[in-house]
Design a protein around this ligand. Structure first.
Ligand SMILES: C[S@@+](CC[C@H](N)C(=O)[O-])C[C@H]1O[C@@H](n2cnc3c(N)ncnc32)[C@H](O)[C@@H]1O
Length: 261
């Protein structure tokens, strides 16, 4: 990787990769099937995975037969990624490179690009023009994010809001809200002359876990990871009893399919 151009909060991924892999909700299998069905395929064409992390997208795609180039800047993530592609038997289909998106050569071309929960970490000034030039005229990028809310039928949401107000007003509680009807990327794609939105698909899911596991999941989110440890501990101590033994989440995965303009 050349000079480290990541935004400071992105360095929160320099630790905690095992916890990330253990606690972040998975992506729906149907999403990966859809990506492979919809990609414009050149013979032998490889898929670029931006910000591979522990390899959730790279492994899902390689397990379905695709060839993947995985880009990831964090050493801790790379360690888990390398271990997982070997363990899952796809090391011959995934190449791993320590790099940020911004390191890619301007001459690189991919007909399929994926970014799982990672495109928001790229440089806002160059991300769309760089993506458009990678994709050329018939390529597609598949950008996706998971979002979730606490189930209002299972949790006392006023009590949750009170805990955040008292201990961490700047952190985002998982209270019911419109998860996906319009997000920052929609606006940027609309305004950027080099890209257009080809499709927008949502996948709904539910998840249930012990509340201790939910708190470990929250701790993997960068805003929580960079909060002062003592504040995070106070928040989690107060949240545990309010959540009860089990946490029930309503989740959505949003997939944006992006093409060159
Ligand atoms: C939320 S994680 C997503 C990991 C994985 N794609 C997944 O879905 O589980 C975001 C990843 O993007 C990486 N990242 C941060 N800045 C980046 C950049 N400029 N270019 C590429 N990856 C970046 C981080 O190191 C981190 O592994």
């Amino acid at each position: 990787m050349s000079a480290d151009t990541r935004v400071p909060a992105a360095r929160s991924f320099e630790s905690g990769a095992d916890a990330y892999e253990a606690h972040r909700p998975p992506y729906p299998a149907a999403l990966f099937d859809d990506i492979l069905r919809r990609r414009s395929r050149r013979p032998g064409g490889r898929i670029l995975d931006i910000g591979s992390g522990t390899g959730r997208a790279a492994i899902a795609l390689a397990s379905r037969g695709a060839l993947v180039d995985a880009l990831e800047p964090s050493n801790d993530m790379l360690k888990v990624l390398t271990r997982r592609i070997q363990h899952e038997g796809v090391a011959d289909r995934v190449t791993v490179r320590k790099a940020v998106f911004e390191d890619l050569s301007p001459d690189a071309r991919y007909d399929t690009v994926v970014a799982a929960q990672s495109f928001h970490w790229t440089d806002p000034d160059t991300r769309w023009s760089r993506l458009a030039s990678l994709l050329g005229s018939d390529g597609r990028a598949f950008l996706f994010w998971n979002a979730w809310n606490l189930d209002p039928d299972q949790h006392d949401l006023d009590a949750v809001a009170d805990v955040y107000a008292a201990h961490a007003p700047e952190l985002p509680p998982d209270l019911p809200r419109d998860l996906v009807s319009h997000m920052w990327a929609d606006g940027q794609i609309d305004e950027h002359p080099d890209v257009r939105l080809d499709d927008r698909i949502t996948y709904d899911w539910n998840s249930q876990m012990e509340s201790a596991a939910y708190l470990r999941l929250l701790a993997t989110i960068s805003q929580y990871a960079i909060a002062p440890a003592a504040q995070r501990a106070r928040l989690f101590d107060a949240l545990g009893p309010v959540l009860g033994e089990e946490v029930h989440l309503h989740g959505t995965t949003l997939l944006l399919v992006v093409a060159g303009a």
